[in-house]
Design a protein. Sequence first.
Length: 142
Amino acid sequence: MIDDDFESVFRKMIEQLMESFGGLPEGNITIRSWNGSIVNEPLDRKIEPKSDEPLVEKIDLGESVLILIEGQNDVENPSVEVSGSTIVVQLGPAKKEINIEVGFQIDLEKSNVSHRNGVIEITATKNDNEGTGSNDGFLEIE
C-alpha cells in the first residue's frame, strides 16, 4: 500500500518534470540562449569538402630532418628530388609538387626515402662538408 502511494506520487513528479521541458520539434535545431528565449532557425552552415593538400610534418632531429607526408594512398611512385637545401616531391600522375625547405645543405648519399601505407617518409641528413658531397639529385625509394 505504501509502495503504491509512493510509486504514484513519484510517477506524477516525473510527468510534471517532463512536461516542464516541453516537446522538442522534430527535424529542426532549437537553440536556447542564456535568457531562456528559443531561437528556432535552420543551420545555414555549409560543409566544405576536405582539402586535397597532403599533411606535411617536418621534425628536426639535430643533424637531420624527418619529413612525413601523409594521405598518399593513391600515389604509387613518388619522385623525390634534392636540390641544395630544398626537397621537391612530385606526387602521382598529375605530378603535383610539394616544395620543402630544410634550412641546410642536404647530403644526398646519407639521406633516404620510403613509401609505406600511404605515408612518404624522408630523412634528410645535413651535409657536414658544405663544399663536398653530392647535393643535387633524386632519392631512391626503399
